[in-house]
Structures are given as structure tokens and as C-alpha cells.
Design a protein around this ligand. Structure first.
Ligand code: AMP
Length: 290
């Protein structure tokens, strides 16, 4: 175990368990914030929430190869552990778990967690193996430390729905807590991948937020036709020359199914490429409280 910025850093599961068990033996509660590192204020908001709710907050930092497909940015995903340690300390983390790949996957796993259906829509259409990789690594992290609560950002809304369903289906003894998306002043959701945006591309990236707001406005003005709302969002994305839109969807917030008529709690979700960055964002709309 080494210590940077007063927060212990462990890279071995055995050391992680020793530290977490010591807290639990004293009756303390443990919260987990799983991340891929290169932390920003969005990640910190999850850590702050966990530190408020729990006696010990563990931040895991692991760029999980299982959730990247061939040709995606696994090799180039930004990494800066020293800076991450500072940010964890500032937000109130009690322990950082940053395993190496050989520790997480000492042999090639032949067991995988598949959250059927939810893994195949929206992001799953573009990234068909992604959510199996996410669910599998999160299940492993839950097994490794046994958190009472785990914190996920609404920024990756489909991921949150997948993890909630996995925890429910497998009766995992963990409360999955969803946390609001932290945004820049122009609405761009903070993301480690925003570093791929050039200064010229950066203003264009707010188009995702503008598109979501236009979708919400359409619902607020009375549209209950998903085609119509999706067309409004897609038109905003298409009007930004620096963006290549991937999808604009209006779905049921709990099931991610596309209703014939919009009603109840919805989630609007968009994805687009801006330069080298593939960006996603989403917004909740409650049709009964507009
Ligand atoms: P990542 O490191 O991108 O895998 O993200 C780790 C966790 O932080 C996930 O639960 C994300 O949803 C969450 N997260 C990422 N960006 C934000 C943001 N802008 N606001 C809130 N949570 C976020």
C-alpha cells in the first residue's frame, strides 16, 4: 500500500479487502465509486456524495479492457494517476483501488454478465459488447469489496439502468445510487473524453445539450409522438457542422423501451461525434410534471 495526497492507494485485491473489512468490523459503511480515472468534477461529485453517505469511500480506477471493442480508444484513453489521487483526496475518498489488468483478469475470463436486451439498444447498437464488459467488471468490483452502496452518474444513463437491473436480478446486496450529471456552463457534460476536443471543436460539443433541451421543449409544448421529438433533437444535432450525429432517442426511463405514445418518466438520449470525440448525453423528462 502506498500513500499519495494522504489517501491510501492499493493495487491488490487482498489489500483492498483487508482495508475494507477493517472498516466493516467496526460497523462502518462502505461506498464504492467505480471509474476509469482521468477524474473531473463530475467524478468528484459522486465521491462527495458517497463520502456524505458512508464511513469509507473507495474510488476504483481501472480502464477496463473488456468494455472496449477493437478500434476503440482503450490504448489512448487518458490516464493520470497522480492527479486522480489529488482529486480523490479533495473530494473525501478514503481509499483508491487502482489494480493492474493482470490483477483484475489473471486469466482470460470465460464468465460474463449479460443484461439481456438492455445491452443491445441505444449505445448497445453501436457498441454491442460494451455493456457485458461493464456489467462484468462492476460485478467483479462488487465481489471484491462488497460495498453497501455504489455510485453511478446519470451521465451514462444506460449504464446506470444496466447496473441497477444486474443488481436486482442477481440480488446483489448493494444499493445502486444514481447521481446527477455535472455540466460546464454551456451545458456540455463533463467527460474524460472531452480532452479529445480541439479548442475549435469545443463550442460545437454543446450541441448535445442543446438538442436535449429542444427535445424537452417539444414534450413540454405537448408533443407525445416519439418520432416527432426525436426528429426535433436530430435536427439540432444535424445543424451543427462539426458534429456527426449517431442517434437521438426518446424512451421510457426505466425500461429504455421506445413507447408508441410518450408518457410518464422519459429519458431523452443523444450521441454524436465531434472530431475525435464520441460524446453521449441524456436528460430526464417527466410528462406528468411539465
Ligand atoms: P468513467 O470514468 O467515465 O467510467 O465514469 C465513472 C463514473 O462517473 C460513471 O458512473 C459516470 O457516469 C460518472 N460520470 C462521468 N461523467 C460524469 C458527469 N459529468 N457527471 C456526473 N457523473 C459522471
Amino acid at each position: 500500500m502506498s500513500t499519495v495526497s494522504d489517501v491510501p492507494l492499493v493495487d491488490r485485491v487482498a489489500d483492498l479487502r483487508t482495508a475494507v473489512d477493517a472498516v466493516r468490523r467496526q460497523g462502518g459503511s462502505v461506498g464504492l465509486v467505480p471509474t476509469m480515472g482521468y477524474l473531473h468534477k463530475g467524478h468528484q461529485s459522486l465521491v462527495i456524495r458517497s463520502a456524505t453517505d458512508n464511513d469509507l469511500t473507495v474510488v476504483s480506477i481501472f480502464v477496463n479492457p473488456l468494455q472496449f471493442a477493437e478500434g476503440e480508444d482503450y490504448g489512448t484513453y487518458p490516464r493520470d494517476l497522480d492527479r486522480d489521487m489529488e482529486m480523490c483526496a479533495a473530494a473525501g475518498a478514503g481509499l483508491v483501488f487502482a489494480p493492474v489488468t493482470e490483477e483484475m483478469y489473471s486469466q482470460t475470463p470465460i464468465t460474463s454478465v449479460t443484461v439481456k436486451g438492455l445491452n443491445a439498444v441505444l449505445e448497445g447498437r453501436v457498441r454491442p459488447t460494451h455493456f457485458d464488459g461493464v456489467a462484468t467488471v462492476v460485478a467483479k468490483l462488487f465481489s471484491m469489496l462488497g460495498p453497501g452502496r455504489a455510485y453511478f452518474g446519470e451521465k451514462d444513463y444506460q449504464q446506470l439502468v444496466v447496473i441497477r437491473r444486474m443488481a436486482a436480478d442477481l440480488s446483489l446486496p448493494v444499493e445502486v445510487v444514481g447521481c446527477p450529471t455535472f455540466r460546464e456552463s454551456d451545458g456540455l457534460a463533463l467527460s474524460s473524453r472531452n480532452v479529445y476536443l480541439s479548442p475549435e471543436e469545443r463550442p460545437a460539443a454543446s450541441v448535445l445539450w442543446r438538442s436535449l433541451q429542444a427535445g424537452r421543449d417539444a414534450v413540454a409544448e405537448g408533443s407525445r409522438n416519439p418520432d416527432e421529438v426525436e426528429a426535433v433533437m436530430a435536427a439540432v444535432l444535424a445543424a451543427e457542422p462539426k458534429a456527426s450525429p449517431e442517434y437521438a432517442a426518446a424512451v421510457d426511463a426505466a425500461t429504455l423501451a421506445r413507447p408508441d405514445v410518450l408518457g410518464g418518466e422519459l429519458r431523452l438520449l443523444v450521441a454524436a461525434r465531434v472530431g475525435q470525440a464520441r460524446l453521449i448525453d441524456n436528460l430526464g423528462v417527466d410528462c406528468d410534471r411539465l
